[in-house]
Design a protein around this ligand. Structure first.
Ligand SMILES: Cc1cc2nc3c(=O)[nH]c(=O)nc-3n(C[C@H](O)[C@H](O)[C@H](O)COP(=O)(O)OP(=O)(O)OC[C@H]3O[C@@H](n4cnc5c(N)ncnc54)[C@H](O)[C@@H]3O)c2cc1C
Length: 504
């Protein structure tokens, strides 16, 4: 481990951490490390290896704008291809020397006297001026608390930790959960299982996916930069406009989309009773809208049962539902998503005055533009609170956040020993903006409870406005939002960054 302080430590080598590393290198920083607890890079795309795993935003948009790839094999690339893309970025941008794999950050403490973050890992302590948390929002599998689960004698696993040694052929398989992962893997495994029981708490809205291989013609066109940009922009705007009209408030667009989704359901499910069970009882967009052409046909197969009664308990050989019915099972697969909040809540981050992030967030996760937190100088989050997207590529958000951090790094380079800290009033202003935009949104008015909402019913997960607004307001650090403390010029303590640069 490095002895002398680094300019930057990035925690996590998923899409966000790697994007940060590439941009830092391109801006001339070479005294930084990316710390990753796993043995490989890729985060989400290293872990989610379940059958059928793929992105649900077209790959030309779900990839980094500054690292384009013309030859995605499908409209929605499968997991191995996305992982290979990320590994390619490491090679192409010479990131290997900056990576420390199998290095878990357990605690990070801000040393205000030295103006440094002391980053404690399971392999020693590293000091750095700037700390970036790119630890993933959807990283820790959420398991439901089911009475008797420990008694289950079959094989049980979560979709994000797929047990590839478990042969599903001829088995009675139970799937708990009907989210984005389930709709991808159920069609893949249904043909192998003797019987598949899908346990559903609430029916998801599902729209057609239209996945297809990318033909040679399109791949050739994608090599032409202006055409690729145009295509990417068209993918972006289609999603952006639909979301703005349908999600930021309940509107006729919502009703039109619902009608389309009902037609999609009716086209695959002939049985009216099954169709009724699969019809959501809340407005489209309130929970994540799913894309699939295969999930409904999979459920219509004769070896599948859809169970909507709540699960009461787990027995050694199956499940019992609240209606008293027993469902014998050999394999239980949890498609129950992830604990909201992500890894940053599991890593002790201690800012100025010994206050931990958990203490600062006792009433809920809160960060200025999802990136910086008052009391935590020179600390930045990627994909922090309220920067998730239900409808578009989150990498657009990541890129804006990376630009924000880069701006901070460049300003700090001009102020040795300096500390940048978001003003509490800027953080409060951003929270107010989020809450105001959220008020009439589908997530609050759509008649559902979802993992987007915290215990108090506040949405701390999604950005509730146009992606363009977020990007424009985030890419640069603005004078009125941050304080800069420069120990070389203590008289100017708490001067604003723009004023500081003006003074140079
Ligand atoms: C199955 C699935 C499909 C998805 N599809 C899409 C999609 O189509 N479009 C979209 O926009 N988004 C999608 N997402 C969201 C996806 O998570 C993000 O797009 C993106 O991959 C997140 O990247 P990340 O680097 O922020 O986090 P992650 O990929 O989760 O990476 C975080 C990394 O940090 C490491 N880490 C965590 N804690 C520590 C620690 N204490 N010390 C060291 N290392 C640590 C982890 O091991 C991990 O490698 C999907 C998510 C899932 C689960």
């Amino acid at each position: 481990m490095s002895e002398s302080p680094l300019d930057l430590v990035i925690v996590g080598a998923g899409f966000s951490g790697l994007a940060m590393a590439i941009r830092a290198r391109q801006a001339g920083f070479d005294r930084f490390l990316v710390l990753e607890k796993a043995a490989g890079i890729g985060g989400t795309w290293r872990e989610n290896t379940y059958p059928g795993a793929a992105c649900d935003v077209p790959s030309q948009l779900y990839s980094l704008s500054f690292a384009p790839k013309s030859d995605w094999t499908r409209l929605f690339a499968p997991q191995p291809e996305i992982k290979t893309y990320l590994e390619g970025l490491v090679a192409e941008h010479g990131l290997a020397p900056f990576l420390r794999l199998k290095t878990r950050v357990v605690r990070a403490v801000f040393d205000a006297t030295a103006g440094l973050w002391r980053v404690e890992t399971d392999g020693g302590t590293i000091s750095a001026r700037v700390l970036v948390g790119a630890m993933g929002a959807l990283h820790h599998p959420a398991l439901p608390r089911l009475p008797g689960l420990e008694r289950f004698s079959g094989t049980a696993f979560h979709s994000a930790a797929w047990d590839h040694s478990c042969d599903l052929r001829g088995k009675r398989v139970g799937v708990i959960g009907t989210g984005a992962s389930a709709v991808q893997f159920v069609p893949e495994i249904v043909g192998r299982a003797a019987h598949l029981t899908q346990f559903q708490r609430s029916a998801p809205w599902i729209l057609p996916r239209g996945d297809r291989p990318t033909g040679h013609g399109l791949r050739r066109l994608m090599r032409v930069t202006p055409l690729r940009r145009l295509y990417r922009a068209s993918l972006f705007w289609r999603r952006e406009v639909a979301a703005l009209l349908g999600f930021t408030r309940v509107s006729t667009v919502t009703a039109l989309a619902e009608a389309g989704a009902r037609r999609h359901l009716a086209a695959s499910i002939a049985d009216p009773a099954l169709r009724r069970k699969l019809t959501p009882d809340y407005r489209l967009g309130c929970k994540r809208v799913l894309l699939s052409d295969e999930y409904y046909p999979a459920l219509a197969r004769p070896n599948v049962s859809l169970v909507t009664a709540p699960i009461r308990e787990v027995l050694p050989h199956g499940l019992v539902t609240a209606d008293g019915a027993e469902h014998p099972l050999d394999v239980l697969i949890f498609a129950t998503g992830f604990s909201p909040g992500g890894s940053v809540l599991r890593t002790e981050v201690i800012g100025r005055g010994g206050v931990s992030l958990l203490q600062a967030w006792k009433d809920g996760a809160d960060a200025f533009r999802g990136v910086s937190v008052a009391g935590f100088p020179n600390f930045f989050l990627l994909l922090g609170p309220n920067t998730g997207l239900g409808h578009n590529s989150v990498l657009l958000m990541v890129e804006a956040q990376v630009a924000h951090v880069l701006d901070a790094l460049q300003r700090l380079r001009d102020h040795p020993g300096g500390m940048l800290e978001v003003r509490p009033e800027a953080q409060a202003r951003f929270r107010g903006e989020v809450d105001a935009r959220m008020r009439d949104s589908i997530w609050m008015r759509g008649g559902c409870g979802s993992w987007y909402l915290d215990r108090s019913g506040r949405n701390r997960t999604l950005w509730p406005g146009p992606v363009g607004d977020y990007v424009r307001g985030t890419e640069r650090i603005r004078a009125e939002d941050y304080n800069l403390f420069d120990p070389q010029r203590p008289a100017n303590t708490m001067q604003r960054p723009a004023e500081a640069s003006d003074a140079d």
